[in-house]
Design a protein around this ligand. Structure first.
Ligand code: SF4
Length: 359
């Protein structure tokens, strides 16, 4: 399988209170140094690496001046064998997605946009510390579609006490009415080292969160979005090619502070330091897992996908899997042909289901 290239852009205009991704405040001076370091690291990838995805994640990659994005795409194309139809994704904040920027992004070759919408409700956006309004989120989606982005994803957040059944129905209805082809809902987690960790907002209890989650599955699948991965829905043909590499254990190379990689059977991570990243001729990387392609890993990642796993492809685990799966069928697991897959209810309790399966 061809490789994916991930570029972590560690800049945000402001820090959202729930987020523990690595990012620092945007500064024009730091950005130039960072962009040079990314290009240096792209030039150090294996020469001729066959790759078919390039993903700018963050942070807020849409804050980067377009010339830096163009230089990075160019550096990747020069060093790697980047497929002519490569999926090139940019995560974008609705406020950065002006008509002018959207047109420039398309000119650089970016052909997939993932918009950090999070909500269409003013109170929820306020609690989440987001700086855009519902109207600005809606306008950004329409502008992106008008600019020609048909591979267009929206992120949504679920989990606050305010996410009642009625409000969530409105959020889902709104997103379905938009020209998006992919939806990534995120179940809010309170991370320790964040402002929410110190002062958590009121959140849904487990039963309500489960009910909203099933409501989302039912609504979005009825509206033509396939629930292709535990946290992702897509119209046919618009599944994220890049993110699928993570779940299928395909090789990917991460560049930037806090970026992760998986190739040659190992997992790697770059330390969370912009300074160290910029100063090093080639980014420092630590091996975080010397053996990434174990059967357990393939089971855990494979069951995130709607297609599931084929026990016959897992000779060491096959018997144990089938024995442990039997009492969980049909509520949490199902066999389809020779594939074992989670049901939506299984996904909802995926940690518990996996623990039972791997006993
Ligand atoms: S949620 Fe996105 S915009 Fe907010 S701090 Fe995290 S990376 Fe930055």
């Amino acid at each position: 399988m061809k490789a994916g290239i991930y570029i972590h852009v560690p800049f945000c205009a402001v820090k959202c209170p729930y987020c523990d991704f690595y990012s620092v405040r945007y500064s024009a001076a730091a950005v130039q140094e960072y962009a040079d370091a990314v290009c240096r690291n792209l030039a150090a990838l294996p020469a001729g690496l066959p790759a078919d995805t390039l993903y700018f994640g963050g942070g807020t990659p849409s804050l980067l001046p377009v010339r830096h994005l163009a230089a990075m795409i160019d550096a990747a194309a020069k060093r790697c064998q980047l497929s002519a139809d490569a999926e090139i994704t940019l995560e974008a904040n609705p406020l950065s997605a002006t008509a002018e920027k959207l047109a420039q992004w398309r000119k650089t070759g970016i052909n997939r946009l993932s918009l950090g919408v999070q909500s269409f409700d003013a109170e929820i956006l306020h609690i989440l510390g987001r700086k855009h309004s519902p109207e600005q989120a809606l306008a950004a989606v329409h502008r992106a579609a008008d600019a020609g982005f048909e591979n267009l994803s929206a992120d949504l957040i679920l989990g606050l006490r305010q996410h009642t059944e009625a409000l969530w129905a409105r959020e889902l209805e709104t997103v379905c009415s938009l020209p998006v082809t992919h939806i990534s809902p995120y179940l809010l987690k309170i991370e320790e080292d964040t402002p929410f960790g110190a002062q958590p907002p009121e959140i849904l209890d487990d039963d309500d969160a489960a009910a909203r989650w099933m409501q989302m599955h039912d609504t979005l699948t009825a509206r033509g979005f396939r629930h292709y991965e535990i946290s992702n829905f897509a119209k046919q043909g618009y599944e994220s090619r890049h993110n699928s590499k993570y779940w299928r254990l395909a090789p990917y190379y991460g560049i930037g502070p806090a970026a992760h990689s998986c190739h040659d059977g190992k997992r790697f991570a770059v330390p969370r330091s912009l300074r160290d990243f910029c100063e090093a001729p080639v980014q420092p990387e630590e091996i975080t897992e010397p053996q990434a392609e174990t059967e357990s890993e393939r089971i855990m990642l494979g069951l995130r996908l709607a297609e599931g796993i084929r026990p016959d492809d897992l000779p060491e685990s096959r018997e144990r899997l089938l024995r442990n799966a039997a009492p969980l069928i049909p509520e949490f697991l199902e066999m389809q042909g020779d594939a074992l897959r989670m049901t939506p209810r299984g996904w909802l309790l995926s940690n518990a289901v996996l623990t039972r399966l791997m006993m």
